[in-house]
Design a protein around this ligand. Structure first.
Ligand SMILES: NC(=O)c1ccc[n+]([C@@H]2O[C@H](COP(=O)([O-])OP(=O)(O)OC[C@H]3O[C@@H](n4cnc5c(N)ncnc54)[C@H](OP(=O)(O)O)[C@@H]3O)[C@@H](O)[C@H]2O)c1
Length: 302
């Protein structure tokens, strides 16, 4: 889809390079194979950040892309400046490190990873505009920004435009996205949905055991403590809807996001997961099935 600030279209589905376990040598080899496989399978949107593995994620992506200059040019590469580096001199140093590790002259989209209210957003956006002017970054975006922060960033960046807000958004953890949807549609900001499969929960893989291992929960509030049992109940209901419709649960999760106007950015720690997720994306889901899934998790405000 077209986004503000670049002539390169934003791919509809992407792979994130965050999930590298403990970043052991074996983890890194597995991730390299996963990214290479995703590129072969046609994935073109690749998401990384300076904080992922303290730069190792960017380095792995750069290494894989360096093997095929054609693919490197075709790819839509996204990186992020850490929330701890939002002052002007820090951003200039951060993008330099990112481009060196990725081994490319520019990224297609550069995001503020998360807000830091102690740093004036106008200072941060001023440097982002300068980087776009110099061609080091294509489009400009933010991540984990709520409506007031997004509106403030948009005002500070004008006349340039914020192209993207990358947020956690999935069928069971949907408040933030539901809140941002209308503002983003009205102001032409694309929503990138991270954690679209709720760390694997929305593939159905934990239904057999009835609970999710702590390592997979990764701090998601819907998956922990008091919410965990209710969430499992919702996932069981969603799985029932998917089964009855004859489609994978992951198809329901990914196509529900598409219908909400969001672009799913999934994670995968092995090539087979990439294949399963692309198959899920390629499986159409009728609107009435998505309506039924939506009703399972829609908050009741009455
Ligand atoms: N901007 C931000 O603050 C922010 C925050 C979080 C994430 N992100 C980005 O979004 C990307 C995706 O986030 P995420 O990893 O939370 O997304 P996710 O797609 O919800 O979860 C990915 C995990 O789910 C499991 N999984 C995926 N496909 C599977 C399949 N077909 N079958 C079984 N299990 C499967 C794997 O867990 P195992 O590895 O345990 O097998 C995988 O690591 C990240 O890589 C990162 O680029 C951004």
């Amino acid at each position: 889809m077209p986004i503000a600030g670049t002539s390169k279209p934003h791919p509809e589905i992407g792979l994130g390079l965050w999930n590298l376990g403990r970043w052991t040598h074996d983890d890194e080899l597995r991730e390299e194979a996963t990214v290479a496989h995703a590129l072969e399978a046609g994935v073109r949107w690749l998401d990384t950040a300076e904080v992922y593995g303290a730069g190792r994620s960017e380095r792995i992506l750069g290494g894989v892309l360096a093997r095929d200059p054609g693919l490197a040019t075709e790819s839509f590469v996204v990186s992020k400046v850490s929330w701890e580096h939002l002052r002007p001199a820090q951003i200039r140093a951060a993008i330099q490190g990112t481009l060196e590790r990725l081994d490319r002259p520019s990224v297609d989209l550069y995001l503020v990873h998360a807000p830091d209210d102690r740093v004036p957003i106008a200072d941060t956006m001023g440097v982002f505009a300068e980087l776009a002017e110099s061609g080091k970054i294509g489009a400009i975006g933010v991540s984990n920004f709520d409506v007031p922060r997004l509106a403030a960033a948009q005002a500070a960046l004008a006349p340039r435009r914020i192209a993207v807000d990358q947020i956690r958004y999935n069928l069971i953890d949907r408040e933030e996205g539901d809140e941002l949807r209308e503002h983003c549609a009205r102001t032409g900001v694309a929503i990138e949905a991270y954690t679209p499969l709720a760390h694997g929960l929305l593939t159905g893989r934990f239904l057999g055991s009835g609970s999710m291992p702590a390592a997979n929960r990764r701090g998601s509030r819907r998956l922990d403590g008091e919410h965990a049992a209710a969430t499992m109940g919702q996932v069981r209901a969603l799985a029932g809807i998917a089964r009855k419709a004859g489609v994978p649960l992951a198809s329901v999760a990914l196509h529900w996001l598409r219908r909400q106007g969001a672009l799913p950015l999934f994670g995968a720690s092995r090539p087979e997961q990439v294949d399963a997720n692309l198959l899920a994306w390629g499986t159409p889901v009728p609107d009435e099935v998505l309506d039924a899934a939506d009703a399972v998790t829609r908050p009741n405000h009455d």
